[in-house]
Design a protein around this ligand. Structure first.
Ligand SMILES: Cc1ncc(COP(=O)(O)O)c(C=O)c1O
Length: 390
C-alpha cells in the first residue's frame, strides 16, 4: 500500500539537508531578560517583549483580577464574547492612539488578515511592500484583489504603480511601519502623501512600533507626524511591546463598525481571553506612565548597532529601533553562529528562508528593557569573541 503522506517525510528531509528544518524547543521565561532552554539559563534576545512588560508584577496582578470571572471569553466578540474587559480595552486603545474608535482581534495576524479582506475584493488593487509581514501578504492574497508588490520602501515605484491603477474601484496600500526582520522604518510621511494624492486607503502595521516610538509611545505614525490621517488605518498587536496577546485596529468609527460587521477573523473566532484584556490595559498604563522604558531601549539599540558595526558585523545603516539584524546570508553559517552564541549564554534567532528571502539569512537580535546594561554588555562581548571562520 502506498503511504499518501510519504511526501511529507521527503520534504522534511530536504529541509534538513538545507539547514532549513525548524526544531520545536520549549522555553521558560526567566525574569531579568533571561530564559531557560532545556535547563540552560540564557540571555533572551529572541523575544518581542521590548519593554519588559510581559512579566511586570502590575500587569500580572491586573490579569489575576480578571481571571476570577473565568479564563476564556466563551464566544466570539460578535455573539457574547465582548465583556466589560474588552469594552474597557477598546476605550483604552482608542484613547492611547488618540483615535476615534478601536476594534479588537484575537491576534495581530487576525487583525491584518481580517481588515484587508474586509476592505478590498476582486474589483480592487493592493500595493504591498516586498518585506511586509506574512499576515499582510496573506490577507491581500486571500482578498481576491489584484496584488502588486513594490520594492522595499521604494516610494517612486509605489507612485508609478498607483498612477497605473486609477481605474480600480478601491486602492489599498499596506506596509509595516517598523519592519519585523529588517528593523528599518517605512517612509510613512511620503507614503501617506501618495495615499492622499491617489485617493488610496493606507493600512500601516504598527506591530513592532507600538509602545516604542513617538513622544507618547504610540508608534511610528506618531513619530512621523501622520497619526490619525484620514486615509490611514492603524493596526497593532498586544503581543510585542505591550507584552500580552491579541490584535487591534484604530481609525474612524465607521471603519471599526464595518470591521465589526465584516471581519471574519473576529466574527468567526473566540474573542480575546478577558485576563489578557485586563493585562493589556495595565501594560498600556505603564507605557504612558514610564517613558523611561522606551527611551532606554532606543538609546541602547543605537549603541548596540554602532558597537556591532565597529566589530565588523553587517548591520544595515538604516536599522532604527529594537530589532537589530546581523546579516550573515548563508543559512548554515547563520545557524552555526547562533549555536556559538548560545554556548556563550546568548539566545538570538537564526532567521532563514522562507521567513526572509533566500541569500539574506540573518541573526535577529531583539533588545528589551529587561536586559539592562549587563545584558547588553554580555551580548556585545559574545559577538566580539565569535569565530566567524565557521
Ligand atoms: C509586523 C507584524 N505584524 C503582525 C504580526 C502578527 O501579530 P501576532 O503575533 O499578534 O499575531 C507580527 C508577528 O510576528 C508581525 O511581526
Amino acid at each position: 500500500m502506498v503511504n499518501p503522506f510519504q511526501w511529507i517525510d521527503d520534504e522534511l528531509s530536504a529541509l534538513e539537508d538545507k539547514t532549513l528544518l525548524r526544531q520545536r524547543r520549549t522555553f521558560c521565561s526567566v525574569p531579568g531578560g533571561h530564559c531557560s532552554l532545556d535547563g540552560e539559563l540564557l540571555w533572551n534576545f529572541a523575544g518581542n517583549d521590548y519593554l519588559g512588560l510581559a512579566d511586570d508584577p502590575a500587569v500580572i496582578e491586573t490579569a489575576k483580577t480578571a481571571i476570577i470571572e473565568g479564563v476564556g471569553a466563551r464566544a466570539s466578540a460578535l455573539v457574547t464574547g465582548h465583556s466589560h474587559w474588552h469594552e474597557q480595552l477598546v476605550k483604552t486603545v482608542a484613547e492611547f492612539k488618540k483615535a476615534e474608535a478601536a476594534i479588537l482581534f484575537p491576534t495581530g495576524y487576525a487583525a491584518n488578515f481580517g481588515t484587508i479582506t474586509s476592505l478590498v475584493g476582486s474589483e480592487d488593487i493592493v500595493f504591498c511592500d516586498r518585506l511586509n509581514h506574512a499576515s499582510l501578504i496573506d490577507g491581500a492574497r486571500h482578498s481576491k484583489a489584484k496584488f502588486r508588490v513594490y520594492p522595499h520602501c521604494d516610494v517612486a515605484a509605489l507612485k508609478r504603480e498607483l498612477e497605473k491603477a486609477r481605474g480600480y474601484r478601491r486602492r489599498l496600500v499596506i506596509t509595516d511601519s517598523l519592519f519585523s526582520m529588517d528593523g528599518d522604518q517605512a517612509p510613512l510621511k511620503e507614503i501617506v502623501d501618495l495615499a492622499e494624492e491617489y485617493d488610496a486607503m493606507l493600512l500601516v502595521d504598527e506591530a513592532h512600533a507600538t509602545g516604542i516610538f513617538g513622544v507618547n509611545g504610540t508608534g511610528l505614525l506618531e513619530a512621523h507626524e501622520v497619526a490619525n490621517h484620514p486615509n490611514v488605518i492603524s493596526v497593532g498587536t498586544f503581543s510585542k511591546a505591550i507584552g500580552v496577546q491579541g490584535g487591534f485596529v484604530t481609525g474612524s468609527k465607521s471603519l471599526c463598525d464595518w470591521l465589526w460587521n465584516r471581519a471574519r477573523t473576529s466574527m468567526f473566532s473566540t474573542a480575546l481571553a478577558p485576563p489578557l484584556c485586563a493585562a493589556a490595559i495595565a501594560s498600556i498604563g505603564l507605557i504612558k506612565s514610564e517613558p523611561k522604558r522606551r527611551k532606554w531601549l532606543l538609546e541602547q539599540s543605537k549603541l548596540v548597532k554602532e558597537k556591532l558595526q565597529e566589530q565588523g558585523w553587517n548591520v544595515p545603516e538604516d536599522v532604527n529601533g529594537p530589532i537589530i539584524p546581523v546579516l550573515i546570508r548563508e543559512p548554515e553559517k547563520t545557524v552555526s553562529i547562533a549555536k556559538q552564541l548560545q554556548q556563550q549564554v546568548i539566545l538570538v534567532a537564526a532567521i532563514r528562508p522562507p521567513t526572509v528571502p533566500s541569500g539574506t539569512s540573518r541573526l535577529r537580535i531583539s533588545l528589551s528593557y529587561s536586559h539592562q546594561e549587563s545584558g547588553v554588555q554580555a551580548l556585545l562581548d559574545a559577538f566580539d569573541q565569535l569565530d566567524t571562520t565557521c
